[in-house]
Design a binder for this molecule. Structure first.
Ligand code: DQQ
Length: 563
C-alpha cells in the first residue's frame, strides 16, 4: 500500500526538526597547519550558485528592491534585496576588510534573474556621527513615484543604535550606485528601550490613514523584546506609537523583524501595504538574538489599533513559535516581487567552522537560494520552494522510478556531479502500524532531541531512510537527510532530520525542502572529500521495512555568475 500522501500530510502538522550535524564523521574543519589544504579548501567550499561576495565577511541581507512603481524590497540579514525598474538589488552586511564580523557596510550587487549577480561599489559605509561605528541592517521601500528609500540602523559615534535614511543620489541611475545620507538624520533614537538594542527597521507599509509605518526590534530595560511601531507622514519625521506592534516576555533582543501580508486563498504574494481583505493574514518574523534563530507567527493585523494578534498561541514562549528553517538560517527578509506576483525570502547562512578557518578561507557567510514563500492552504504555516529561476542552472539529469530499497539498502545516484546538484525525490513506505512507538505526547522539543539522539545509522522500523549526500565512497564522510516514522499514543509523526523531498547541494551548503517545502533545513558542512572531488550521492534505508522511491530526479547544476 502506498503511503506517500500520508507522509506528506503528516509533515504538514509536524513542523520540522533538525540535527546540527556535528558528528566528526561528517564534518571536517580545516587543518591550520596545512597551507595547501587551506587554499584548496577555500575554493572547494565556495558555492557555485549561492550568493557570496568575492571575499570577506557577510552577515545577512539588508534590503533588496525591484521594479515598477509598486512597493517591493527585501532585507537580508540586515539589509535586503529589492526590485527596482526590472533590476533586483541585493544589499548585504559586509566587512570589506576581513572574513570576520566588523566594519559593517552595505555591500551591493544587482541581478535580473535572482541567480546571476554583478557586484557594485559599497552602497553605504560609515561616514557621519550617526553611523560612524557601522551601517547595520535595514530595509528598502519604494515610495510612490518609483522613489526608493533606505531606512537603516547606524551605530553612532557614542555606540548607540539610531535609525537613518539614505536616498539615491541620482534617481535615474538604473544601478542606484550612490546613496546620500540627508543631514536631518537620525530619524529615530531609542526611547524607553536600551540604546544599544534598538535596530533593523523593517520595510515600510502604508496605512489607510496615509501614514507610513515601520517596525524596529528592541529590548527594554526589563529585558523584554518589543517590535516597536513608528509612523510618519513624510518619511522624515517619525513618531513612536505608544503600543508596540507586538511584545513578548519570552525573549530579550529581537532582530531583523519582517512583517508582511499573506493570502489565505492563493499562493501569490501581496504588496506589503495590503491590509484589509478578508482572506489576508499577516506574518511577523523575529530573529531571536540569543540563539540566532528566525521564528514567525501568523495572525491578524488590526490596523485600527496597529496591533498584531497571533493565532493559535496559547503560551508566551518563543520556543513554541514556528521556524522558517531548522538549520543555519538567520536574519532573513522577504520582499514582494510585484512583476512576478510572488514574495521572495532569503536568509544569511553562517559558517559553522571556526573564525580562524574563515580567516584562512578568506570568506565567511553565504545567502540561501532565494525562495518563494506563501501561506499553506491550511492557513497555519508557511511553505517555501526555491525560485523557479534556479531551474535555469539544471544540466544533466538522472531519473529513478519505482525502486525498492530494503533493509540496509544503498543505491548510488550516478551521473551528476555530487557536489553541485538539485534532487527531487518521493518515497512511499508500508503500513503505518509498523511504526515505532515513542513518547506519549510529541512536542517540537522532543523531535529535535530525537534527531540528535537517533542519527541515520541507528536502525528503526519505518526509517531511517533518505539520502546521503557529499558522501565518500566508504561512507566515512557523509551528510544524511532522512525520515523516520513514529507513532505516539494518539497519532503518527514523521521525523525529518536534516531532511527529505528536495535537496539543493552546493559544496558547503545543503538546503533541504521537505513535504513540498513545509519543513526546511539548511546545513553547512565541510567534507574533507571535497578536496579530492570524489563525492557521491546515495539513497539509503536503515529501517527494517522496505521503502520505495516512487520518483527521483537529480540534476547536475551549472555555476551561476556570482560577483
Ligand atoms: N546583524 C546586524 C544587525 C542585525 C544583526 C549587524 C543580525 O543590524 O541585528 O551586522 O545578524
Amino acid at each position: 500500500m502506498a503511503w506517500r500522501w500520508r507522509l506528506i500530510s503528516f509533515l504538514l502538522w509536524l513542523p520540522s526538526f533538525w540535527n546540527d550535524w556535528n558528528e566528526p564523521c561528517r564534518r571536517h574543519l580545516l587543518n591550520q597547519d596545512s597551507k595547501e589544504a587551506f587554499s584548496i579548501a577555500s575554493k572547494q567550499y565556495r558555492t557555485a550558485f549561492h550568493f557570496q561576495p568575492p571575499q570577506n565577511w557577510i552577515n545577512g541581507f539588508p534590503a533588496s528592491l525591484i521594479l515598477l512603481s509598486t512597493v517591493s524590497y527585501y532585507q537580508q540579514n540586515q539589509i535586503g534585496p529589492m526590485l527596482y525598474n526590472g533590476i533586483y538589488h541585493l544589499f548585504y552586511q559586509y566587512n570589506p576588510y576581513s572574513a570576520k564580523w566588523g566594519n559593517i557596510t552595505w555591500g551591493h550587487s544587482i541581478s535580473t534573474d535572482l541567480i546571476n549577480w554583478t557586484p557594485l561599489d559599497i552602497a553605504l559605509r560609515p561616514s557621519e556621527p550617526f553611523d560612524l561605528q557601522g551601517c547595520w541592517s535595514g530595509s528598502a521601500t519604494i515610495l510612490p513615484g518609483n522613489k526608493p528609500v533606505i531606512l537603516y540602523t547606524g551605530i553612532s559615534e557614542s555606540g548607540h543604535n539610531v535609525q537613518n535614511i539614505a536616498l539615491p543620489k541620482n534617481i535615474s541611475d538604473p544601478f542606484l550606485l550612490e546613496w546620500v545620507k540627508p543631514p536631518y538624520n537620525p530619524v529615530m533614537v531609542a526611547e524607553g528601550v536600551k540604546p544599544t538594542q534598538f535596530r533593523d527597521p523593517s520595510t515600510c507599509w502604508l496605512g489607510k490613514d496615509g501614514l507610513w509605518r515601520t517596525t524596529v526590534g528592541a529590548e527594554d530595560f526589563e529585558k523584554k523584546a518589543k517590535a516597536l511601531l513608528y509612523r510618519s507622514k513624510d518619511f522624515v519625521k517619525w513618531t513612536r506609537a505608544e503600543q508596540p506592534l507586538f511584545s513578548t516576555d519570552s525573549s530579550s533582543m529581537i532582530e531583523c523583524i519582517d512583517f508582511f501580508p499573506v493570502s489565505a486563498k492563493w499562493k501569490r504574494g501581496l504588496d506589503g501595504s495590503t491590509i484589509e481583505a478578508e482572506d489576508v493574514k499577516h506574518v511577523l518574523k523575529m530573529g531571536v538574538f540569543d540563539n540566532s534563530h528566525d521564528y514567525y507567527l501568523i495572525g491578524k493585523y488590526l490596523e485600527e489599533l496597529d496591533e498584531f494578534i497571533p493565532e493559535n498561541v496559547v503560551e508566551d514562549d518563543h520556543r513554541m513559535w514556528l521556524r522558517y528553517d531548522y538549520g543555519s538560517f538567520y536574519a532573513s527578509k522577504t520582499f514582494f516581487d510585484a512583476e512576478n506576483r510572488r514574495r521572495v525570502l532569503w536568509a544569511w547562512s553562517n559558517e559553522s567552522d571556526t573564525i580562524s578557518d574563515d580567516i584562512v578561507k578568506g570568506w565567511a557567510g553565504v545567502q540561501t537560494v532565494p525562495r518563494t514563500i506563501w501561506l499553506d492552504e491550511n492557513g497555519k504555516q508557511l511553505v517555501q520552494w526555491p525560485v523557479r529561476e534556479l531551474e535555469s542552472l539544471r544540466m544533466e539529469k538522472v531519473e529513478l522510478k519505482d525502486v525498492k530499497v530494503s533493509k540496509g539498502g544503498l543505491i548510488e545516484i550516478k551521473g551528476v556531479k555530487a557536489s553541485q546538484a538539485d534532487i527531487e525525490v518521493e518515497f512511499e513506505f508500508p503500513e503505518l502500524k509498523k511504526a515505532e512507538l515513542i513518547y506519549h505526547d510529541w512536542k517540537l522539543d522532543d523531535a529535535q532531541m530525537a534527531c540528535d539522539e537517533m542519527c541515520s545509522s541507528v536502525p528503526g522500523s519505518i526509517g531511517p531512510f533518505g539520502l546521503l549526500v557529499l558522501a565518500s565512497h566508504d561512507l566515512e564522510e557523509h551528510t544524511a537527510i532522512f525520515f523516520r516514522v513514529f507513532k505516539t499514543s494518539t497519532a503518527h509523526a514523521v521525523l525529518m532530520c536534516s531532511d527529505q523531498r528536495k535537496y539543493v547541494i552546493d559544496h558547503s551548503v545543503v538546503e533541504s525542502f521537505g513535504a513540498g517545502g513545509r519543513t526546511c533545513i539548511t546545513a553547512r558542512v565541510y567534507p574533507k572529500l571535497l578536496l579530492t572531488g570524489d563525492t557521491h550521492i546515495y539513497v539509503f534505508n536503515n529501517g527494517s521495512e522496505t521503502v520505495k522511491i516512487t520518483k527521483l530526479k537529480a540534476w547536475e547544476m551549472a555555476k551561476a555568475r556570482i560577483n
